[in-house]
Write a protein that binds this ligand. Structure first.
Ligand code: F6P
Length: 556
């Protein structure tokens, strides 16, 4: 939605981005480099493997296996400069309302600002509020973890279920899985998001309501899925606790910006953990939305995670762009997306605990940068956010890597690995890491027909066994997956999304694209449930599907 004073969309045949001199220079440069093989780049410049690396905030990035030269980096940095990236970063950190369509500041960086710092929104310093909520979360987490917080019947809480969706689910579930090693194993954590009743039914089927606490996490507290699950949770809890409404106060807490809806639901607002409209859902895992994370890993670990986020924030804000991890990763993404025409990015964590990291990144990247108009409402005439996907290594190697190695799509990959494992087990870790390095090497350098022939391969089989190589990748290495490292990793991608959104001149902080489906579902729900056959006014396909569902549905 554009501002009230501007038309919602305006058509411009050529957007300023592709007219910019840095963009044009990149295009010319691309034409000269598009066919150059990584084999040649490494042969001509044998030290690039050491030089094209950056250490930032404790993360190490090797970006040498990208189809770039020093000139490419210079031109990409020039593009960032022309688009005013430095000023945009400052605007975000100053609390300016850069989310123009919702007229909001974008201040996830305030969630991890140290006590005593100051970030002003609408005349008020928000940092003390952030720390007040953190302290409240800490007191609550300690009570649950120590067993002091009792359920309605006096039993201690042993099961914590976070109910939320999107940013109110993906961050908590990803962080819980990522930090499981640090979690209190005497507590059970589950995450319910889908409006499909199976999600809730399976989450509670072996649990005792007397020992189960629900955290209802929703920024708006109006989201269909979350409110439906929250009501089912209340019914389940009440049914198991003799129907006493007073039990709700012991078994339900809320995380929201909307205290009136929380109160309407029946949760005492004393048991509500607040956050603010300047925190986007997909940027909220380090706000009170991370309450389940804090209960799982303890306040100290949660604060260590915040410190990791903050270290990456400072790196992003202060490091020169040529040594700035989020900027470099963001710009390399632009290079493949907009010049090579790569439509997707694979994120491949070689760390089992990061198994939900690609799913988390999907919302972060695609809800942020899946936009078709610029900040001023003009239709873009260049590609914006690519599709992010991935699986933890080595599992992906035995499924989709075939396509990355020998298929016809160019898929830039981010490999993420740790030099230390949290579960030392024989030779497992060396094998795991050998696979990371082997994959990036194979993708970059491939195997020529000559090499294949020299192995005695019959001529007819040679083409099938050739690896063209020239498949680009980044390798991100950290020492060990700690709460602090997780904070750094998430902030790295948050800021690389920001960098890309700045170049594409889009609003990375709204998500109007989810609205239409929500509205249509509200219209269709009664058409499915009405006892009387409704008069349907959809297209013939939708009408027919609704009729078929009504005819065949066997209500229990
Ligand atoms: O999918 C749209 C969206 O608004 C996300 O941006 C958000 O994370 C999710 O729904 C959940 O919203 P809420 O926290 O308000 O329930």
């Amino acid at each position: 939605m554009a501002s009230a004073t501007r038309p919602a969309t305006e058509t411009r045949s050529i957007s300023p981005l592709i007219q910019r001199s840095a963009w044009k220079a990149l295009k010319t440069h691309f034409d000269s480099i598009r066919e150059v093989h990584l084999r040649e780049l490494f042969a001509k410049d044998p030290s690039r493997g050491e030089r094209m690396t950056v250490d930032g905030a404790g993360l190490f990035l090797d970006y040498s296996k990208n189809r770039i030269t020093g000139d490419t980096v210079k031109l990409l940095l020039q593009l960032a400069e022309e688009l005013g990236l430095a000023a945009r970063i400052e605007a975000m950190f100053r609390g300016e309302k850069i989310n123009v369509t919702e007229k909001r500041a974008v201040l996830h960086i305030a969630l991890r600002a140290p006590k005593g710092s100051s970030i002003v929104v609408d005349g008020a310093n928000v940092v003390p509020e952030v720390h007040a909520v953190l302290d409240k979360m800490e007191a609550f987490a300690d009570r649950v973890r120590s067993g002091e917080w009792k359920g309605h019947t006096g039993k201690r809480i042993r099961n914590i279920i976070n109910i939320g969706i999107g940013g109110s689910d993906l961050g908590p579930v990803m962080a819980y899985e990522a930090l499981r090693h640090y979690s209190d194993r005497s507590l059970t954590f589950r995450f319910v998001s889908n409006v499909d009743g199976t999600d809730f039914a399976e989450a509670v089927q072996d649990l005792d309501p007397a020992e189960t606490l629900f955290i209802i996490s929703s920024k708006t507290f109006t989201t269909l899925e979350t409110m439906t699950n929250a009501h089912s949770a209340r019914d389940w809890s009440l049914a198991g606790l003799g129907g006493d409404e007073k039990s709700v106060a012991k078994h339900f807490v809320a995380v929201s910006t909307n205290s009136s809806e929380v109160a309407k639901f029946g949760i005492d607002t004393a048991n509500m953990f607040e956050f603010w409209d300047w925190v986007g859902g997909r940027y909220s895992m380090d706000s009170a939305i991370g309450l389940s994370t804090m209960v799982a890993v303890g306040p100290e670990n949660f604060r260590a995670m915040l410190d990791g986020f903050h270290q990456m924030d400072e790196h992003f804000r202060t490091a020169p762009f040529e040594r700035n991890l989020p900027v470099l990763i963001g710009l390399l993404g632009i290079w493949y997306n907009n010049f090579f025409g790569a439509h997707t990015v694979a994120v491949l964590p070689y760390e089992q605990y990061l198994k939900r990291f690609p799913a988390y990144l999907q919302q972060l990247t695609m809800e942020s940068n899946g936009k078709h108009v610029t900040l001023d409402g003009a239709h873009v005439d260049y590609a914006t956010g690519p599709i992010y996907w991935g699986e933890p290594g080595t599992n992906g190697q035995h499924s989709f890597y075939q396509l990355i190695h020998q298929g016809t799509n160019l898929i830039p990959c981010d490999f993420i690995a740790f030099t230390e494992t949290l579960n030392e087990l024989g030779r497992h870790h060396d094998m795991l890491i050998a696979n990371v390095f082997a994959q990036t090497e194979a993708l970059a350098f491939g195997k020529t027909a000559e090499q294949v022939k020299s192995e005695g391969t019959p001529d007819w089989l040679v083409p099938h066994r050739v690896f063209e190589g020239n498949r680009p990748s980044n390798t991100i290495l950290a020492d060990r997956l700690t709460p602090q490292t997780l904070g750094k990793l998430v902030a790295l991608y948050e800021h690389s999304v920001f960098t890309q959104g700045t170049i594409w001149q889009i609003n990375s902080f709204d998500q109007w694209g989810v609205e239409l489906g929500k509205a249509l579902a509200q219209r269709i729900i009664p058409e499915l449930e009405n006892a009387v056959e409704p008069a349907l006014k959809h297209d013939s396909s939708t009408n027919n599907l609704i009729r078929r569902y009504r005819q065949r549905r066997q209500k229990p």
